[in-house]
Design a protein around this ligand. Structure first.
Ligand SMILES: [Zn+2]
Length: 427
């Protein structure tokens, strides 16, 4: 998403710079022309169908017999002049801005979508008009109608169908045809929600009863949707019970712990929430306690452990070069390191990289001199396994006494945390 924001900002700069010479930069004009393009593409597909009896494999197949002007396949808002963003639908022949949803590899799942949702589903889609928070795409449906919908179109069914009641009708019809298709299980909570919105709670209850007969009790996403439905109809005790039982039967599932903590939060039971949170947020359990030591070797093969840093304030950084938010911390970490390294502060990197060369290149390019633990095993690195690290960045600040101060020493607050920790009372 960050890249996306940058793209949007760039395109704004472009439009400011070239506003004078190019009146086409008007977004409304772009939408109008794009809509015309989609209508023309729809017409071309229709005549192609009449001749061939089937859909084209790609939009370029329409050229030039059914679509003489190939520039119609390029949206005026497309700064790349012929690429489809966020889609595997890359036309093999021509520059095409539009995502042709019915390309061969995707045909089976789109056919299912048509069965479930009707011909309102998108056949061709333009994603070049999306703004940062407004993820609106312009679509040509299988009925050759042009409409706007969110990029996550199955979450905007009321918008697409025009009303809550119509959306309910369509989903009911879809579930009649494909009740057990697990791809559409996520639509059950959506239908329950629509029922509640229109005051049809009995139907929501019945839907839940029916859904319970379809799911696998140990499949977390199946259970998650059931939990969402119970929450929608405000059966909070049953929701909690569902996840507690799931946790009992599936002790390795971490997501359920998060959900249970959230439910306890909502109930105002902070202690129980924390108890569950400790189970899935690594480090929380050590807060204020000694962090157990590990044994490993650094990049030079030298033995290394937390014990060796006792008496210093130590930042243990679980990270990897491939982790964007991790490397985004580098400048700040370097600043704090340079300022306090001679005053009793140090950093120890626990790299979850698998590519040693890439790691070493990054370290030398960014002049990072603090030591690194590297095993090449990624998430399976013994040290990250020992501390149950399931997400990075994870930045632990350990006091001079070896006790964990925080498991979230990131960003602007890093420096003040370090300053505070360096003021050792026993000194
Ligand atoms: Zn467009």
């Amino acid at each position: 998403m960050r890249l996306f924001v940058v793209c949007i900002m760039l395109s704004m700069v472009v439009s400011l710079v070239s506003a004078d010479e190019s009146p086409k930069q008007d977004p409304n004009e772009d939408v109008k022309l794009c809509t015309e393009n989609l209508h023309a593409i729809g017409k071309a597909i229709k005549t192609y169908m009449e001749e061939h009896g089937e859909y084209p494999d790609w939009l370029s197949d329409l050229h030039d017999e059914h679509l003489s002007d190939k520039s119609i396949l390029v949206c005026p808002a497309d700064k790349t002049r012929g690429k489809v963003p966020y889609s595997r639908a890359v036309d093999p022949e021509l520059p095409v801005s539009y995502s042709y949803e019915f390309f061969p590899d995707q045909r089976k799942s789109v056919e299912e979508n048509r069965t479930m949702f009707g011909d309102v589903v998108s056949l061709v889609r333009c994603s070049h008009h999306m703004a940062d928070k407004d993820l609106t795409t312009i679509n040509l449906s299988f009925e050759y109608k042009v409409y706007n919908a969110s990029y996550y179109w199955d979450q905007s069914l009321v918008q697409i169908y025009g009303s809550v009641e119509k959306a309910i009708d369509m989903l009911e019809m879809g579930f009649e045809k494909l009740p057990k298709n697990t791809r559409f299980f996520k639509m059950y909570p959506m239908l329950a929600n629509l029922y509640v919105q229109s005051g049809r709670n009995v139907e929501a209850d019945n839907l839940i009863k029916n859904y319970k007969t379809l799911i696998e009790p140990n499949n977390y996403s199946h259970v998650l949707y059931l939990g969402d439905m119970l929450k929608t109809i405000e059966h909070f005790d049953e929701e909690l019970d569902l996840f507690l039982k799931f946790d009992e039967a599936n002790p390795k599932n971490r997501y359920v712990l998060e959900r249970i903590a959230k439910i306890y939060d909502d109930q105002g039971k902070a202690e129980l929430a924390l108890e569950y949170r400790k189970k899935y947020i690594p480090g929380l359990a050590y807060l204020g306690k000694m962090v157990p030591d590990f044994t490993a070797t650094d990049l030079d093969g030298e033995p290394i452990s937390i014990e060796a840093y006792r008496g210093k304030v130590l930042l243990v950084d679980f990270w990897a070069v491939w982790c964007g938010p991790c490397v985004a911390e580098t400048p700040n970490m370097k600043k704090v390191y340079d300022t306090y390294k001679d005053k009793g502060f140090d950093i120890l990197g626990i790299s979850l990289d698998t590519d040693e060369k890439r790691l070493k290149e990054y370290l030398s390019k960014n002049d990072i001199t603090w030591r690194q633990v590297f095993s090449g095993k990624g998430w399976d690195s013994p040290v990250s396994r020992q501390y149950e690290i399931f997400s990075i960045p994870n930045m632990w600040l350990i006091g001079k006494d070896g006790k964990l101060i925080t498991n979230n020493a990131r960003g602007e607050k890093l420096e003040s945390l370090v300053v505070e920790a360096l003021k050792d009372k026993t000194e």
